[in-house]
Each structure stands twice: as C-alpha cells, then as structure tokens.
Design a protein around this ligand. Structure first.
Ligand code: ADP
Ligand code: MG
Length: 384
C-alpha cells in the first residue's frame, strides 16, 4: 500500500508542475440526504487528509464500525472533498488554476460525473445562495480580466448545450437539434449554436438556471431533469494585452460539463462495454468510457467519433488542454455499488496523459510597423 501511495504522490507532483501532462482527478462526497437518513442509510465512505477516500468493503453494520478505524478499500486522488466542503473550496482546488490558464490563452475543461443524485449539478451549477463551479469560474474570470486589462479589451462569449439521446440542443435558445461539424481551426462546432456575449458574472447565474430548465426531462422519472442528458457550458475569452509597441491577442476556451448519470454505463473493460451496447444505455457515456480506456492504454486510435459527446470533448480529452474531473459520490451504503464504480473509474482516469498545452496567442502590430511585425513573429517562432 505504501508503495502504491508513493507512486501516486510522485505522479501528483509531476502533474502539478506541468500544464497539461495529465488529467487531475478529484472526488466530492455530498452530505447524507434526508431521504437516505429516513431509509436508515449508513455512511460507507470516509474522506480524510484532503486526498484519501476509504470505501467499506461490505456495506454492513460491522463494516461501518470497522471503517471508523479506516479499514476498507483505499483510494488516493489529487484532492478529495468531504461532505462539509463548500462550493468555494471545490472551485479553488479544482478549477481556479484552469481559469488562470484560460486567461493565458490555454484551453481548459472540468467535468463532473457520478450516479444520478450524487451531486453533479450541485457542484457545477449550484443554487443562488451556493453557486457552483460554472458561476464561480465566471466571477473569477471577470474579476481577473478587469484587473489585467481595460474595459473594451476583452470579450467573453458563452454557449450552453445539451446532448440527449445523441441529439445536440441549444439550451440558451431551444429549437431544432444542432448539427456538429469539423472546423479546421476550432475543432468540433455545433452549427447555429447561440454565442451569448456576457458582460458580468451576475447575469450568468440567471441565464444558466434558465438554460437548465430547458434540459430534457425523463418521461420515466418525473422529478429527475437530467439523468441522461449531458450539459456543456463553453466560455470563450478573447483579449488584448498591450506590450510596448504591439498587442498580444489571446484566446482561451473553458468547457464545464455536467455529465449524465453514470449508473451502469461507466465500464472499465471493452467486453462489458460491448455487452452494454445493445441495452438501453447512454451511448455517449459508453463512448466516453471507450475513449478513456483507449487513452489509458495509450492506443493510437481513440474512437472520438462514436458519439456526440466524445466528438465535442475531443480537444478536451486528447488534445492540448488542462483537464480536471470531479467524481461525485453519495456517502450512503444504499448507493454502495454506484460509489464503488465511480471511484474505480476515477482511479483509472488518473492515468490519462494529455499533451502539453499550447498557448493561443497572436502578435498584432500597427500596419506601418510591418518590419517589426516580421521580426516579432520570427522571435516568437524561435521561442517555440
Ligand atoms: P446529480 O446532478 O448528480 O443528479 P444533484 O446535484 O441534483 O445530483 O444532487 C442531488 C441532491 O443533493 C440535490 O437536492 C442537491 O441540492 C443535493 N446536494 C448535492 N450535493 C450537495 C452538497 N455538496 N451539499 C448540499 N447538498 C447537496
Ligand atoms: Mg443533475
């Protein structure tokens, strides 16, 4: 166990020191709910030392007692959040650095996964009183932009879409399904998607809640809005930085993703994935597990084209991008199987390597200075 721990710690250090390099993986346990308590649920998960998670091997009373002495299956993550962790803490640890990278012209992605009811939407969107990662990221972004550049030197655009049953829909302007196409510069784009220009974080909360109301409701689960729908918020930041005689134009893209409930769909081997394909299981999630398995195994061909979700996430998983995954879990023994599956999968995701991220930056100079422009471009090339 100690050897394992040390290997993991080494990997953690490596990841933290290089932008990109590998995916950061976090686990967040939500508080026990009223209905779980009413059903007599026991806590079968312990989160300690800010990064260790223990899961009782059997969800019985004796194991509950044993777990208090930290027995059970042990996992180590880049960070683990106990039920008392607040939204700000989760944001600061998991996403603040990625937002900083976006301001330097890098792309970044954070996604939440876990079973239905595990706390994904709470983590991503939150409530008006306790805004989640999506809202805190925009607050942080606007605060930093105001600090670093003049009004008018930056533009922020938002788009918010849903993938449901392999159909892509605009959550900001519901209507006909959108078609995905490949763009040589921007990667996969959804044709006709609304790009809303945002001026402050305050207006964004209302907009996102409105968008969430538009997420597809399951006919079979009256009060469950999103067990099979994936919601993707993309924030594009373009801004100008003055450097003596020229400007730098930076573009960064932040993608924040609230995945569909992962119950039964996150398999870790190809055989299980194949046997699930015929069943009525979320195709996009299956494709996501396939892609992640191929990435973990270092395969050259990654089947991104197998689903709408993986097409949209291609740049975020395999490309030059800083990526974080937040695995949401319930503390209750009634969700033992789902929690075990989620932790197992999160543990595996730690092995995904990403490419070192590029900076999206262009030099711009007044036209009369074209000689200087050439020079600058040459200097820039040499520096790369
Ligand atoms: P999911 O999106 O994964 O299906 P939700 O985010 O909707 O799950 O969470 C289910 C319920 O638990 C909601 O009522 C939500 O408000 C509550 N909840 C989830 N995480 C937390 C948390 N960290 N603190 C307090 N309540 C939470
Ligand atoms: Mg949800």
């Amino acid at each position: 166990l100690r050897d394992d721990l040390e290997t993991v710690m080494e990997q953690t250090d490596q990841g933290a020191s290089s932008p990109g390099g590998r995916i950061m993986v976090y686990v967040r346990m939500r508080p026990m709910s009223r209905s779980e308590k009413d059903a007599g649920a026991r806590c079968c998960v312990r989160v300690v030392n800010k990064q260790d998670v223990y899961l009782a091997e059997f969800a019985s009373e004796t194991d509950y007692l044993r777990l208090k002495r930290l027995k059970g299956r042990h996992f180590v993550f880049d960070a683990a959040f106990p039920d008392a962790a607040g939204q700000e803490e989760v944001y600061n640890v998991s996403t603040a650095d990625i937002v900083e990278g976006v301001l330097q012209g890098r792309n970044g992605t954070v996604f939440c996964y876990g079973a239905t009811g595990a706390g994904k939407t709470y983590t991503m969107l939150g409530s008006t009183q306790n805004p989640g990662v999506m809202v805190l990221a925009l607050k942080d972004l606007f605060a930093k932009l105001r600090q670093q550049s003049r009004e008018g030197d930056y533009v922020v655009h938002l788009s918010y879409l849903e993938v449901y049953n392999e159909t892509v829909r605009d959550l900001l302007s519901p209507g006909r399904p959108l078609v995905l196409r490949e763009d040589s510069k921007q990667g996969t784009v959804a044709a006709g998607l609304t790009h809303y220009r945002a001026y402050s974080a305050d207006e964004v909360m209302a907009l996102l809640h409105q968008g969430n109301q538009n997420r597809t409701t399951e006919p079979t689960r009256a009060n469950e809005t999103s067990s099979r729908s994936h919601a993707i918020l993309q924030v594009t930041v373009e801004y100008k930085v003055q450097r003596d005689s020229h400007y730098l134009r930076r573009t960064g893209k932040l993608s924040l993703i609230d995945l569909a409930g992962s119950e039964r769909a996150l398999a870790t081997d190809q055989r299980t994935i194949r046997s699930l394909e015929g069943a009525n299981i979320n195709r996009s999630l299956l494709a996501l597990s396939s892609c992640i398995n191929s990435l973990v195994e270092g395969k050259r061909h990654i089947p991104f084209r197998n689903s709408k979700l993986t097409q949209l996430l291609k740049d975020s998983l395999g490309g030059a991008c800083q990526t974080a995954m937040i695995a949401n879990i319930s503390p209750s023994n009634l969700s033992f199987g789902e929690t075990q599956n989620t932790l197992h999968w999160a543990d595996r995701a730690k092995q995904i390597r990403t490419k070192i991220t590029d900076v999206n930056e262009e030099v711009q100079v007044p036209e009369s200075d074209s000689e200087q422009a050439k020079l600058l471009l040459e200097v820039q090339k040499e520096n790369q």
